[in-house]
Design a protein around this ligand. Structure first.
Ligand code: FES
Length: 549
Protein backbone atom coordinates (compact mmCIF):
# COMPACT_ATOMS: atom_id res chain seq x y z
CA UNK A 1 0.00 0.00 0.00
CA UNK A 2 2.85 2.38 0.85
CA UNK A 3 3.96 2.19 -2.76
CA UNK A 4 0.56 3.31 -4.08
CA UNK A 5 0.38 6.47 -1.93
CA UNK A 6 2.23 8.54 -4.48
CA UNK A 7 -0.76 7.98 -6.83
CA UNK A 8 -3.04 9.41 -4.18
CA UNK A 9 -4.52 6.10 -3.12
CA UNK A 10 -5.51 5.28 0.43
CA UNK A 11 -5.92 1.95 2.14
CA UNK A 12 -9.70 2.15 1.78
CA UNK A 13 -9.38 2.29 -2.04
CA UNK A 14 -8.14 -1.27 -2.05
CA UNK A 15 -11.05 -2.54 -0.03
CA UNK A 16 -13.15 -1.73 -3.11
CA UNK A 17 -13.12 -3.80 -6.33
CA UNK A 18 -9.78 -3.06 -8.00
CA UNK A 19 -10.25 -2.77 -11.75
CA UNK A 20 -7.35 -3.04 -14.16
CA UNK A 21 -7.72 -0.90 -17.27
CA UNK A 22 -5.68 -2.61 -19.95
CA UNK A 23 -4.68 0.32 -22.15
CA UNK A 24 -3.19 -0.34 -25.58
CA UNK A 25 -2.58 3.32 -26.45
CA UNK A 26 0.35 3.72 -28.79
CA UNK A 27 1.57 6.42 -31.15
CA UNK A 28 2.79 3.65 -33.44
CA UNK A 29 -0.73 2.25 -33.63
CA UNK A 30 -2.81 5.07 -35.15
CA UNK A 31 -6.05 3.16 -34.50
CA UNK A 32 -5.36 3.50 -30.75
CA UNK A 33 -3.95 7.04 -30.68
CA UNK A 34 -7.15 8.47 -29.20
CA UNK A 35 -7.57 6.10 -26.27
CA UNK A 36 -6.47 8.45 -23.47
CA UNK A 37 -9.84 10.26 -22.94
CA UNK A 38 -11.64 6.93 -23.37
CA UNK A 39 -9.58 5.47 -20.54
CA UNK A 40 -10.45 8.49 -18.38
CA UNK A 41 -14.17 7.94 -19.06
CA UNK A 42 -13.85 4.25 -18.12
CA UNK A 43 -12.08 5.22 -14.90
CA UNK A 44 -14.90 7.66 -14.11
CA UNK A 45 -17.39 4.84 -14.52
CA UNK A 46 -15.37 2.54 -12.27
CA UNK A 47 -15.19 5.20 -9.56
CA UNK A 48 -18.90 6.05 -9.89
CA UNK A 49 -19.74 2.38 -9.36
CA UNK A 50 -17.54 2.16 -6.26
CA UNK A 51 -14.38 0.61 -7.67
CA UNK A 52 -10.74 1.63 -7.87
CA UNK A 53 -9.29 1.84 -11.40
CA UNK A 54 -5.64 1.06 -12.10
CA UNK A 55 -4.47 1.55 -15.67
CA UNK A 56 -1.71 -0.64 -17.10
CA UNK A 57 -0.17 -1.11 -20.56
CA UNK A 58 0.08 -4.19 -22.74
CA UNK A 59 1.39 -4.73 -26.26
CA UNK A 60 -0.33 -2.63 -28.93
CA UNK A 61 -0.44 -4.06 -32.46
CA UNK A 62 -1.06 -1.60 -35.28
CA UNK A 63 -1.67 -3.11 -38.70
CA UNK A 64 0.11 -0.35 -40.57
CA UNK A 65 3.48 -0.37 -38.85
CA UNK A 66 4.03 -3.90 -37.52
CA UNK A 67 6.33 -5.99 -39.64
CA UNK A 68 6.16 -8.60 -41.05
CA UNK A 69 2.57 -9.06 -39.82
CA UNK A 70 0.60 -8.39 -36.63
CA UNK A 71 -0.59 -12.00 -36.65
CA UNK A 72 2.93 -13.06 -35.74
CA UNK A 73 2.44 -11.15 -32.49
CA UNK A 74 -1.22 -11.86 -31.65
CA UNK A 75 -0.23 -14.78 -29.44
CA UNK A 76 2.47 -12.71 -27.75
CA UNK A 77 -0.14 -10.04 -26.97
CA UNK A 78 -2.49 -12.75 -25.69
CA UNK A 79 0.25 -14.05 -23.38
CA UNK A 80 1.03 -10.52 -22.20
CA UNK A 81 -2.65 -9.89 -21.44
CA UNK A 82 -3.18 -13.21 -19.64
CA UNK A 83 -0.07 -12.92 -17.53
CA UNK A 84 -0.72 -9.29 -16.52
CA UNK A 85 -4.34 -10.04 -15.58
CA UNK A 86 -3.17 -13.02 -13.55
CA UNK A 87 -0.07 -11.50 -11.98
CA UNK A 88 -1.48 -8.18 -10.83
CA UNK A 89 -3.66 -7.60 -7.78
CA UNK A 90 -6.79 -6.72 -9.76
CA UNK A 91 -10.27 -8.16 -9.32
CA UNK A 92 -11.47 -7.47 -12.84
CA UNK A 93 -10.25 -5.93 -16.08
CA UNK A 94 -11.40 -3.67 -18.90
CA UNK A 95 -9.75 -4.63 -22.19
CA UNK A 96 -9.39 -1.77 -24.63
CA UNK A 97 -8.76 -2.90 -28.17
CA UNK A 98 -9.43 -1.58 -31.65
CA UNK A 99 -6.98 -2.44 -34.39
CA UNK A 100 -7.38 -5.93 -35.86
CA UNK A 101 -5.38 -8.29 -33.65
CA UNK A 102 -5.62 -6.53 -30.31
CA UNK A 103 -9.14 -7.47 -29.24
CA UNK A 104 -8.77 -11.14 -30.28
CA UNK A 105 -5.52 -11.33 -28.31
CA UNK A 106 -7.18 -9.71 -25.31
CA UNK A 107 -10.15 -12.09 -25.40
CA UNK A 108 -7.79 -15.07 -25.65
CA UNK A 109 -5.78 -13.82 -22.67
CA UNK A 110 -8.88 -12.95 -20.63
CA UNK A 111 -10.41 -16.36 -21.38
CA UNK A 112 -7.36 -18.12 -19.98
CA UNK A 113 -7.00 -15.78 -16.98
CA UNK A 114 -10.76 -16.07 -16.32
CA UNK A 115 -11.04 -13.07 -14.01
CA UNK A 116 -14.10 -10.85 -14.62
CA UNK A 117 -13.43 -9.00 -17.88
CA UNK A 118 -15.25 -6.66 -20.23
CA UNK A 119 -14.13 -5.54 -23.68
CA UNK A 120 -14.26 -2.11 -25.24
CA UNK A 121 -12.72 -0.53 -28.34
CA UNK A 122 -11.75 2.90 -29.59
CA UNK A 123 -14.50 2.59 -32.24
CA UNK A 124 -14.40 2.94 -36.02
CA UNK A 125 -13.41 6.04 -37.99
CA UNK A 126 -16.03 8.23 -39.63
CA UNK A 127 -16.57 7.83 -43.37
CA UNK A 128 -14.05 9.45 -45.66
CA UNK A 129 -15.24 11.56 -48.60
CA UNK A 130 -13.71 12.32 -51.97
CA UNK A 131 -15.61 14.20 -54.68
CA UNK A 132 -18.92 13.13 -53.20
CA UNK A 133 -17.91 9.48 -52.97
CA UNK A 134 -17.68 7.70 -49.61
CA UNK A 135 -14.22 6.32 -48.87
CA UNK A 136 -13.45 3.41 -46.57
CA UNK A 137 -10.12 2.30 -45.16
CA UNK A 138 -8.78 0.11 -46.30
CA UNK A 139 -11.06 -1.29 -49.01
CA UNK A 140 -10.50 1.88 -51.00
CA UNK A 141 -6.75 1.84 -50.37
CA UNK A 142 -6.71 -1.41 -52.33
CA UNK A 143 -9.35 -0.46 -54.87
CA UNK A 144 -7.75 2.84 -55.90
CA UNK A 145 -4.22 1.43 -55.83
CA UNK A 146 -5.36 -1.26 -58.28
CA UNK A 147 -6.93 1.45 -60.47
CA UNK A 148 -3.78 3.56 -60.24
CA UNK A 149 -1.72 0.56 -61.44
CA UNK A 150 -4.26 -0.01 -64.21
CA UNK A 151 -3.74 3.61 -65.26
CA UNK A 152 -7.32 4.78 -64.64
CA UNK A 153 -6.45 7.00 -61.63
CA UNK A 154 -3.74 9.67 -61.75
CA UNK A 155 -0.93 10.25 -59.25
CA UNK A 156 -2.54 13.55 -58.25
CA UNK A 157 -5.87 11.83 -57.53
CA UNK A 158 -4.19 9.06 -55.54
CA UNK A 159 -2.60 11.73 -53.32
CA UNK A 160 -5.95 13.46 -52.75
CA UNK A 161 -7.74 10.19 -52.04
CA UNK A 162 -4.97 9.17 -49.67
CA UNK A 163 -5.52 12.33 -47.64
CA UNK A 164 -9.17 11.38 -47.04
CA UNK A 165 -8.90 7.63 -46.50
CA UNK A 166 -8.48 7.83 -42.73
CA UNK A 167 -10.12 11.14 -41.83
CA UNK A 168 -10.64 10.75 -38.06
CA UNK A 169 -9.41 8.80 -35.06
CA UNK A 170 -10.54 5.18 -34.84
CA UNK A 171 -10.03 1.85 -36.53
CA UNK A 172 -10.93 1.00 -40.15
CA UNK A 173 -14.54 1.90 -40.86
CA UNK A 174 -15.60 -0.92 -43.16
CA UNK A 175 -16.49 -4.41 -41.89
CA UNK A 176 -12.81 -5.33 -41.83
CA UNK A 177 -11.20 -7.43 -39.14
CA UNK A 178 -11.40 -4.74 -36.45
CA UNK A 179 -15.13 -4.07 -36.88
CA UNK A 180 -15.84 -7.77 -37.35
CA UNK A 181 -14.16 -8.90 -34.17
CA UNK A 182 -15.87 -6.06 -32.27
CA UNK A 183 -19.22 -7.22 -33.68
CA UNK A 184 -18.42 -10.77 -32.60
CA UNK A 185 -17.36 -9.59 -29.13
CA UNK A 186 -20.70 -7.81 -28.75
CA UNK A 187 -22.58 -10.91 -29.94
CA UNK A 188 -20.51 -13.08 -27.59
CA UNK A 189 -21.75 -10.90 -24.74
CA UNK A 190 -18.29 -9.54 -23.86
CA UNK A 191 -19.06 -5.90 -24.78
CA UNK A 192 -21.99 -3.69 -23.84
CA UNK A 193 -24.79 -3.46 -26.43
CA UNK A 194 -23.91 -0.82 -29.02
CA UNK A 195 -20.22 -0.72 -28.20
CA UNK A 196 -19.08 -2.08 -31.57
CA UNK A 197 -20.39 0.42 -34.10
CA UNK A 198 -20.42 3.82 -32.36
CA UNK A 199 -17.73 5.80 -34.20
CA UNK A 200 -14.65 6.94 -32.31
CA UNK A 201 -15.77 10.55 -32.59
CA UNK A 202 -19.37 10.44 -31.26
CA UNK A 203 -20.36 11.31 -27.72
CA UNK A 204 -22.03 7.92 -27.35
CA UNK A 205 -18.62 6.24 -27.38
CA UNK A 206 -17.60 8.23 -24.30
CA UNK A 207 -20.90 7.39 -22.58
CA UNK A 208 -20.39 3.71 -23.44
CA UNK A 209 -16.86 3.94 -22.00
CA UNK A 210 -18.23 5.24 -18.72
CA UNK A 211 -20.93 2.54 -18.67
CA UNK A 212 -18.25 -0.07 -19.35
CA UNK A 213 -16.41 1.14 -16.24
CA UNK A 214 -19.59 0.78 -14.20
CA UNK A 215 -20.38 -2.65 -15.61
CA UNK A 216 -17.04 -4.23 -14.73
CA UNK A 217 -17.50 -3.28 -11.06
CA UNK A 218 -20.89 -5.03 -11.10
CA UNK A 219 -19.31 -8.05 -12.78
CA UNK A 220 -16.71 -8.29 -10.02
CA UNK A 221 -19.38 -7.96 -7.35
CA UNK A 222 -21.43 -10.71 -9.01
CA UNK A 223 -18.36 -12.80 -9.88
CA UNK A 224 -19.25 -13.02 -13.59
CA UNK A 225 -16.25 -14.45 -15.43
CA UNK A 226 -15.39 -14.93 -19.12
CA UNK A 227 -16.23 -18.65 -18.83
CA UNK A 228 -19.76 -17.69 -17.68
CA UNK A 229 -20.27 -15.53 -20.77
CA UNK A 230 -18.25 -17.18 -23.55
CA UNK A 231 -20.12 -20.48 -23.72
CA UNK A 232 -20.67 -22.67 -26.79
CA UNK A 233 -24.05 -21.01 -27.28
CA UNK A 234 -22.43 -17.58 -27.17
CA UNK A 235 -19.85 -18.62 -29.78
CA UNK A 236 -22.66 -19.82 -32.02
CA UNK A 237 -24.23 -16.36 -31.67
CA UNK A 238 -20.88 -14.78 -32.59
CA UNK A 239 -20.44 -17.02 -35.64
CA UNK A 240 -23.97 -16.24 -36.83
CA UNK A 241 -23.21 -12.53 -36.42
CA UNK A 242 -20.00 -12.94 -38.43
CA UNK A 243 -22.04 -14.56 -41.21
CA UNK A 244 -24.84 -11.98 -41.06
CA UNK A 245 -22.47 -9.03 -41.38
CA UNK A 246 -20.32 -10.64 -44.11
CA UNK A 247 -17.37 -10.14 -41.80
CA UNK A 248 -13.66 -10.78 -42.04
CA UNK A 249 -12.22 -14.24 -42.65
CA UNK A 250 -9.70 -13.45 -39.91
CA UNK A 251 -12.50 -13.78 -37.36
CA UNK A 252 -12.71 -17.51 -38.14
CA UNK A 253 -9.18 -18.01 -36.84
CA UNK A 254 -9.68 -15.73 -33.85
CA UNK A 255 -13.01 -17.19 -32.70
CA UNK A 256 -11.59 -20.72 -32.88
CA UNK A 257 -8.58 -19.62 -30.82
CA UNK A 258 -10.67 -17.83 -28.17
CA UNK A 259 -13.14 -20.72 -27.86
CA UNK A 260 -10.38 -23.29 -27.49
CA UNK A 261 -8.84 -21.30 -24.64
CA UNK A 262 -12.06 -22.17 -22.81
CA UNK A 263 -12.03 -25.80 -23.89
CA UNK A 264 -14.79 -25.24 -26.46
CA UNK A 265 -14.05 -27.10 -29.68
CA UNK A 266 -15.32 -24.66 -32.29
CA UNK A 267 -14.58 -26.13 -35.72
CA UNK A 268 -14.78 -25.17 -39.39
CA UNK A 269 -17.78 -27.52 -39.58
CA UNK A 270 -19.54 -25.22 -37.08
CA UNK A 271 -18.78 -22.22 -39.31
CA UNK A 272 -20.06 -24.02 -42.39
CA UNK A 273 -23.23 -25.26 -40.65
CA UNK A 274 -24.02 -21.83 -39.24
CA UNK A 275 -23.13 -20.09 -42.50
CA UNK A 276 -25.57 -22.28 -44.43
CA UNK A 277 -28.38 -21.33 -42.04
CA UNK A 278 -27.66 -17.63 -41.42
CA UNK A 279 -28.74 -15.00 -43.94
CA UNK A 280 -26.35 -12.21 -44.87
CA UNK A 281 -28.29 -9.10 -43.82
CA UNK A 282 -25.89 -6.25 -42.98
CA UNK A 283 -25.09 -4.33 -46.14
CA UNK A 284 -21.60 -3.21 -45.11
CA UNK A 285 -18.44 -3.01 -47.19
CA UNK A 286 -16.40 -4.79 -48.40
CA UNK A 287 -19.16 -7.38 -49.00
CA UNK A 288 -21.91 -4.71 -49.09
CA UNK A 289 -22.37 -1.00 -49.77
CA UNK A 290 -22.37 0.98 -46.51
CA UNK A 291 -19.87 1.55 -43.70
CA UNK A 292 -19.72 1.39 -39.91
CA UNK A 293 -20.93 4.97 -39.42
CA UNK A 294 -24.06 4.05 -41.39
CA UNK A 295 -24.49 0.84 -39.41
CA UNK A 296 -24.27 2.90 -36.20
CA UNK A 297 -27.11 5.15 -37.32
CA UNK A 298 -29.13 2.10 -38.31
CA UNK A 299 -28.91 0.73 -34.76
CA UNK A 300 -25.54 -1.03 -34.81
CA UNK A 301 -25.03 -4.64 -33.79
CA UNK A 302 -28.09 -4.67 -31.45
CA UNK A 303 -30.26 -4.04 -34.53
CA UNK A 304 -28.48 -6.83 -36.45
CA UNK A 305 -28.94 -9.19 -33.49
CA UNK A 306 -32.60 -8.23 -33.23
CA UNK A 307 -33.12 -9.31 -36.83
CA UNK A 308 -31.17 -12.51 -36.20
CA UNK A 309 -32.92 -13.22 -32.90
CA UNK A 310 -34.99 -16.21 -34.17
CA UNK A 311 -31.64 -17.90 -34.86
CA UNK A 312 -29.80 -16.91 -31.68
CA UNK A 313 -29.33 -18.55 -28.31
CA UNK A 314 -31.15 -15.78 -26.45
CA UNK A 315 -30.50 -17.11 -22.96
CA UNK A 316 -26.76 -16.41 -23.11
CA UNK A 317 -25.45 -14.06 -20.45
CA UNK A 318 -23.73 -10.76 -21.24
CA UNK A 319 -21.46 -8.34 -19.41
CA UNK A 320 -24.35 -6.15 -18.20
CA UNK A 321 -25.77 -9.11 -16.26
CA UNK A 322 -28.69 -9.51 -18.67
CA UNK A 323 -29.20 -12.15 -21.32
CA UNK A 324 -28.92 -11.37 -25.01
CA UNK A 325 -32.70 -11.81 -25.25
CA UNK A 326 -33.29 -9.28 -22.44
CA UNK A 327 -30.93 -6.81 -24.11
CA UNK A 328 -32.83 -7.12 -27.38
CA UNK A 329 -36.31 -6.87 -25.91
CA UNK A 330 -36.60 -3.11 -26.51
CA UNK A 331 -34.64 -2.90 -29.77
CA UNK A 332 -36.53 -1.93 -32.92
CA UNK A 333 -35.01 -1.80 -36.40
CA UNK A 334 -36.04 1.50 -37.97
CA UNK A 335 -37.61 1.00 -41.40
CA UNK A 336 -35.66 4.03 -42.69
CA UNK A 337 -32.47 1.99 -42.47
CA UNK A 338 -33.74 -1.19 -44.11
CA UNK A 339 -31.23 -0.96 -46.91
CA UNK A 340 -28.43 -1.17 -44.33
CA UNK A 341 -29.92 -3.91 -42.12
CA UNK A 342 -32.23 -6.15 -44.12
CA UNK A 343 -35.02 -8.23 -42.59
CA UNK A 344 -34.01 -11.88 -42.40
CA UNK A 345 -36.90 -12.72 -44.74
CA UNK A 346 -35.40 -10.39 -47.39
CA UNK A 347 -31.64 -10.78 -46.96
CA UNK A 348 -28.87 -9.73 -49.31
CA UNK A 349 -28.13 -13.42 -49.62
CA UNK A 350 -29.85 -16.40 -47.98
CA UNK A 351 -26.56 -17.75 -46.64
CA UNK A 352 -23.74 -16.26 -44.59
CA UNK A 353 -20.73 -14.36 -45.82
CA UNK A 354 -18.05 -17.06 -45.41
CA UNK A 355 -17.85 -20.45 -47.11
CA UNK A 356 -15.72 -23.37 -45.92
CA UNK A 357 -14.19 -25.32 -48.80
CA UNK A 358 -12.89 -28.89 -48.76
CA UNK A 359 -11.15 -31.10 -51.28
CA UNK A 360 -7.81 -32.70 -51.99
CA UNK A 361 -6.19 -29.22 -51.92
CA UNK A 362 -7.42 -28.49 -48.41
CA UNK A 363 -8.30 -31.66 -46.52
CA UNK A 364 -8.50 -29.66 -43.29
CA UNK A 365 -10.38 -26.81 -44.94
CA UNK A 366 -9.95 -23.49 -46.69
CA UNK A 367 -12.23 -20.48 -46.55
CA UNK A 368 -13.43 -17.65 -48.76
CA UNK A 369 -15.96 -14.82 -48.93
CA UNK A 370 -18.15 -15.51 -51.96
CA UNK A 371 -19.85 -12.11 -51.62
CA UNK A 372 -16.49 -10.38 -51.91
CA UNK A 373 -15.87 -11.87 -55.37
CA UNK A 374 -15.94 -9.12 -58.01
CA UNK A 375 -16.53 -11.55 -60.87
CA UNK A 376 -19.20 -13.96 -59.60
CA UNK A 377 -18.66 -16.29 -62.58
CA UNK A 378 -15.34 -17.22 -60.96
CA UNK A 379 -17.17 -18.92 -58.08
CA UNK A 380 -17.33 -21.97 -60.33
CA UNK A 381 -14.07 -22.05 -62.23
CA UNK A 382 -11.48 -24.39 -63.65
CA UNK A 383 -8.10 -22.87 -64.47
CA UNK A 384 -4.41 -23.66 -64.87
CA UNK A 385 -2.16 -22.80 -61.94
CA UNK A 386 0.46 -20.08 -61.97
CA UNK A 387 2.50 -20.86 -58.86
CA UNK A 388 4.50 -18.51 -56.65
CA UNK A 389 6.59 -20.43 -54.13
CA UNK A 390 6.80 -17.65 -51.54
CA UNK A 391 5.73 -14.06 -50.92
CA UNK A 392 9.08 -12.77 -52.16
CA UNK A 393 8.81 -14.91 -55.32
CA UNK A 394 5.35 -13.42 -55.88
CA UNK A 395 6.61 -9.87 -55.35
CA UNK A 396 9.46 -10.47 -57.78
CA UNK A 397 7.47 -12.05 -60.60
CA UNK A 398 3.83 -11.05 -60.47
CA UNK A 399 4.33 -7.93 -62.57
CA UNK A 400 7.04 -9.35 -64.80
CA UNK A 401 5.86 -8.66 -68.36
CA UNK A 402 7.22 -12.09 -69.33
CA UNK A 403 5.09 -13.95 -66.78
CA UNK A 404 2.85 -16.32 -68.70
CA UNK A 405 -0.54 -15.56 -67.24
CA UNK A 406 -4.06 -14.87 -68.44
CA UNK A 407 -7.38 -14.05 -66.80
CA UNK A 408 -8.40 -17.73 -66.60
CA UNK A 409 -5.37 -18.83 -64.61
CA UNK A 410 -5.51 -19.58 -60.89
CA UNK A 411 -2.81 -17.64 -59.02
CA UNK A 412 -1.32 -19.82 -56.27
CA UNK A 413 0.83 -18.61 -53.38
CA UNK A 414 2.70 -21.28 -51.38
CA UNK A 415 4.63 -21.13 -48.10
CA UNK A 416 2.80 -18.13 -46.67
CA UNK A 417 0.98 -19.96 -43.87
CA UNK A 418 1.33 -19.87 -40.08
CA UNK A 419 4.75 -21.59 -40.12
CA UNK A 420 5.84 -20.84 -43.68
CA UNK A 421 5.91 -17.03 -43.68
CA UNK A 422 5.73 -17.17 -40.54
CA UNK A 423 2.59 -15.58 -39.08
CA UNK A 424 0.35 -16.09 -42.10
CA UNK A 425 0.53 -12.52 -43.50
CA UNK A 426 -2.39 -10.86 -45.27
CA UNK A 427 -0.96 -11.57 -48.72
CA UNK A 428 -3.85 -13.72 -49.94
CA UNK A 429 -5.29 -11.03 -52.22
CA UNK A 430 -2.49 -11.74 -54.70
CA UNK A 431 -2.21 -8.66 -56.94
CA UNK A 432 -3.69 -9.00 -60.41
CA UNK A 433 -0.63 -8.78 -62.71
CA UNK A 434 -0.25 -5.25 -64.10
CA UNK A 435 -0.47 -6.40 -67.69
CA UNK A 436 -3.88 -8.00 -66.99
CA UNK A 437 -5.09 -4.93 -65.06
CA UNK A 438 -4.36 -2.87 -68.16
CA UNK A 439 -6.49 -5.33 -70.17
CA UNK A 440 -9.41 -4.63 -67.82
CA UNK A 441 -9.09 -7.73 -65.58
CA UNK A 442 -10.13 -6.94 -61.99
CA UNK A 443 -10.60 -10.38 -60.46
CA UNK A 444 -9.04 -13.83 -60.76
CA UNK A 445 -9.21 -16.98 -58.64
CA UNK A 446 -6.43 -16.81 -56.10
CA UNK A 447 -5.41 -19.54 -53.66
CA UNK A 448 -3.01 -19.53 -50.73
CA UNK A 449 -2.31 -20.79 -47.24
CA UNK A 450 -2.18 -17.24 -45.87
CA UNK A 451 -4.84 -14.70 -44.84
CA UNK A 452 -6.20 -11.54 -46.37
CA UNK A 453 -7.26 -8.32 -44.74
CA UNK A 454 -10.90 -8.10 -43.76
CA UNK A 455 -11.06 -5.01 -45.96
CA UNK A 456 -9.84 -6.89 -49.07
CA UNK A 457 -11.95 -8.42 -51.83
CA UNK A 458 -11.93 -10.71 -54.86
CA UNK A 459 -12.33 -14.44 -55.55
CA UNK A 460 -9.72 -15.32 -52.99
CA UNK A 461 -9.37 -18.73 -51.34
CA UNK A 462 -7.49 -18.54 -48.05
CA UNK A 463 -6.18 -20.52 -45.07
CA UNK A 464 -5.64 -23.75 -47.08
CA UNK A 465 -4.85 -26.31 -44.42
CA UNK A 466 -2.52 -28.04 -43.85
CA UNK A 467 -0.22 -25.30 -45.13
CA UNK A 468 2.56 -25.80 -47.69
CA UNK A 469 5.38 -25.55 -45.14
CA UNK A 470 4.23 -28.76 -43.42
CA UNK A 471 3.65 -30.60 -46.69
CA UNK A 472 -0.01 -29.73 -47.23
CA UNK A 473 -1.37 -30.42 -50.70
CA UNK A 474 -0.99 -26.75 -51.68
CA UNK A 475 2.79 -27.39 -51.64
CA UNK A 476 2.36 -30.00 -54.38
CA UNK A 477 0.78 -27.72 -57.02
CA UNK A 478 2.94 -27.14 -60.11
CA UNK A 479 2.63 -24.53 -62.86
CA UNK A 480 0.08 -25.65 -65.41
CA UNK A 481 -1.87 -28.01 -63.11
CA UNK A 482 -5.63 -27.71 -63.44
CA UNK A 483 -7.43 -26.47 -60.33
CA UNK A 484 -11.19 -26.58 -59.90
CA UNK A 485 -13.14 -24.32 -57.54
CA UNK A 486 -16.86 -24.85 -57.02
CA UNK A 487 -18.13 -22.67 -54.22
CA UNK A 488 -21.71 -23.94 -54.42
CA UNK A 489 -20.39 -27.48 -53.85
CA UNK A 490 -17.81 -26.11 -51.39
CA UNK A 491 -15.05 -27.96 -53.24
CA UNK A 492 -11.47 -27.16 -54.09
CA UNK A 493 -9.63 -29.78 -56.12
CA UNK A 494 -6.26 -30.26 -57.77
CA UNK A 495 -7.07 -32.24 -60.88
CA UNK A 496 -4.27 -34.79 -60.82
CA UNK A 497 -4.49 -38.50 -60.09
CA UNK A 498 -4.06 -39.84 -56.58
CA UNK A 499 -0.95 -41.71 -57.79
CA UNK A 500 0.60 -38.47 -59.06
CA UNK A 501 -0.31 -36.73 -55.82
CA UNK A 502 1.38 -39.50 -53.84
CA UNK A 503 4.48 -39.34 -56.05
CA UNK A 504 4.77 -35.59 -55.48
CA UNK A 505 4.22 -36.06 -51.76
CA UNK A 506 7.17 -38.45 -51.61
CA UNK A 507 9.35 -36.04 -53.59
CA UNK A 508 8.44 -33.04 -51.42
CA UNK A 509 11.17 -31.60 -49.20
CA UNK A 510 10.33 -29.43 -46.18
CA UNK A 511 11.54 -25.83 -46.52
CA UNK A 512 14.80 -24.95 -44.78
CA UNK A 513 14.28 -21.70 -42.93
CA UNK A 514 17.16 -19.27 -42.57
CA UNK A 515 15.12 -16.57 -40.80
CA UNK A 516 13.87 -16.53 -37.19
CA UNK A 517 16.64 -18.71 -35.79
CA UNK A 518 16.17 -17.33 -32.28
CA UNK A 519 13.75 -15.49 -30.02
CA UNK A 520 10.02 -15.10 -30.33
CA UNK A 521 9.89 -15.85 -34.07
CA UNK A 522 11.65 -19.16 -33.43
CA UNK A 523 9.23 -19.99 -30.61
CA UNK A 524 6.30 -19.09 -32.87
CA UNK A 525 7.41 -21.50 -35.60
CA UNK A 526 7.92 -24.32 -33.11
CA UNK A 527 4.52 -24.04 -31.50
CA UNK A 528 1.93 -22.36 -33.75
CA UNK A 529 -1.07 -24.47 -34.70
CA UNK A 530 -2.64 -24.56 -38.17
CA UNK A 531 -5.33 -22.12 -39.32
CA UNK A 532 -8.21 -24.53 -38.78
CA UNK A 533 -7.10 -24.80 -35.14
CA UNK A 534 -6.93 -21.03 -34.59
CA UNK A 535 -3.15 -20.48 -34.90
CA UNK A 536 -2.76 -20.45 -31.13
CA UNK A 537 0.34 -21.93 -29.53
CA UNK A 538 0.03 -25.61 -28.66
CA UNK A 539 1.26 -24.95 -25.12
CA UNK A 540 -1.41 -22.31 -24.43
CA UNK A 541 -4.35 -24.63 -24.94
CA UNK A 542 -6.06 -26.09 -21.91
CA UNK A 543 -5.79 -29.85 -21.74
CA UNK A 544 -7.92 -30.31 -24.83
CA UNK A 545 -7.95 -34.08 -24.80
CA UNK A 546 -9.57 -34.14 -21.39
CA UNK A 547 -11.94 -31.27 -22.10
CA UNK A 548 -12.97 -32.27 -25.60
CA UNK A 549 -13.16 -35.95 -24.67
FE1 FES B 1 -6.12 -0.58 -37.58
FE2 FES B 1 -7.35 -1.06 -40.02
S1 FES B 1 -5.32 -0.28 -39.60
S2 FES B 1 -8.07 -1.42 -38.01
Amino acid sequence: MAFQRHLGHEEADFEKPVIGICNTYSEVNRCHSHLKPIVEAIKQGVIMAGGTPLEFPTISLGEMFTSPTTMLYRNLAAMDTEEMITAQPIDGVVLIGGCDKVLPAQLMGAASANKPAIAFTGGPMNNGKYKGQTLGACSDCRFFWQEYKAGTVSEEEIKNINAQLAPTAGHCMVMGSASTIAACAEALGMMLPGACAAPATVNERMCLARETGKAIVQMVENNIRPSDIMTRGAFENAVRTLMAVGGSTNAVIHLIAIARRLGIKLTLEDFERLSRTTPFIANIRPAGQYQMEDLYHAGGIPAVLKELSPLLNLGERTVNGKTIGENLSRIEVDEVYRDIIRPIEEPLHPEGGIAVLRGNLAPNGAIMKPKAAIDKTLLKHRGKAVVFTSISDMEKRVNDPNLEVNRDNVLVLQNAGPIGAPGMPEAGMIPIPNKLLKQGVRDMVRLSDCRMSGTAFGTVVLHASPEAAVGGAIALIKDGDWIELDVEKRSLELLISEAEMEKRRKEWNPPQFSDYQRGYGWLFRQHVLQADEGCDFDFLRPELETIFG
